[in-house]
Ligand binder design. Sequence first.
Ligand code: XIL
Length: 452
Amino acid sequence: MRRTLMSLSVVAVAAVAAGTVLGGVAQAGTTLGAAAAEKGRYYGAAIAAGKLGDSVYTGILNREFNSVTPENEMKWDATEPSQGRFSYGNADRIVSQAQSHGMRIRGHALLWHQQQPSWAQGMSGSALRNAAINHVTQVATYYRGKIYAWDVVNEAFADGNGGGRRDSNLQRTGNDWIEAAFRAARAADPGAKLCYNDYNTDGINAKSTGIYNMVRDFKSRGVPIDCVGFQSHLTNSAPSDYQANLQRFADLGVDVQITELDISGGSQASAYGAVTRACLAVSRCTGITVWGIRDSDSWRTGQNPLLFDNSGNKKAAYTAVLDALNSGGMTVPTGGPTTPVPTTPVPTTGGPTQGPGGCSATVSLNSWSGGYVATVRVTAGSAPLTGWTVNVAIPSGGAVTSAWSATNSGTSGTVAFRNVSYNGTVAAGAATEFGFQGTGSGPTGTPTCAAS
Ligand code: XIL
């Protein structure tokens, strides 16, 4: 049943993507987020709540990025400092910042052997298993509808152990701890893509193959998993089989994401360019996140592995990334939706056109009992757009819980979604996308699109 529905969705979404190349003349994006959005992808940064008051930092964040990952604020020690008492203040500050700018949020990380609260470090057996699953359930429920993708489990495989698991208190609760965590996360937030995330997995090696085998096993047994994150903390360059490795995971039917990119030494700019091109070449590579904004923000102190220098100036690596994002055609990922229990997307044609050449909107839905993720494609009419507003009728009883690549006014009734800074300009006949999550049943009516 699920497989049949997935296939239908894939066909419909691929058809909407029109052979992966959208109409119209692509305009070069002038920021990382805008350029990535033209390729149907996001470009994100790990950020710290404590730095949001730094205007240089927040200025770069708001200008360049359309996705964020809390660097530490959603980890177990931050969100459940004592057992059963949850603390979301700093994580909420990041969520608000992202939501007010139409950015996606990657949740990081529900379970990990590091940065556990001290009370959990001292636990074992079924007490720890129960505490861990409760943690997953509570945190994923609290953020339900707001998270694009969760790193459900982080770094559970060992280095130099032939592709085996890492020893940890969590691993000692039983080998099935990872699937138990994924099932709990799916139940708590059916709209979030659920990722496994790790490092030293950037090429084809014993460790990445161990993870590959786990993902293949999960897919064959119906354990919910939607994506694999490749941290990509690199030195000098990516391995030569970087793209091939991403592709073999994508071929298992999961999205792939570059989740914590930083590159030290060597010819940094060309290495950043190569990583960008690898993601663009893999249709299910949905986005890239760099692990910090300025070199001075990096956890790799003194290695200067990021895209902006200590003063916030663009480095050569920045230009290499932007140029790579802007090269080639205007393609979008063709991978099928991996949100749970997908139903056949319901394309609806845009209503009355306004503005010089007008615009239209189509909606694809992935729905489950009690919620949905909507992907909306905005297509310019005969004249270019410099801004757009799409009005969507939300069925009564439901509400919009988050939006990305658009900002919404209101959450119920008729909700207006406006372009954000990087996707208001759309060439005649070209298209851009935004998305939102909601509770209740998905919109079935015809959205209207107003051009400006
Ligand atoms: C790092 C943070 O950047 C540091 O601020 C913190 O002190 C330690 O953790 N892999 C991960 C990230 O998944 O969570 C880590 O982040 C870097 C390695």
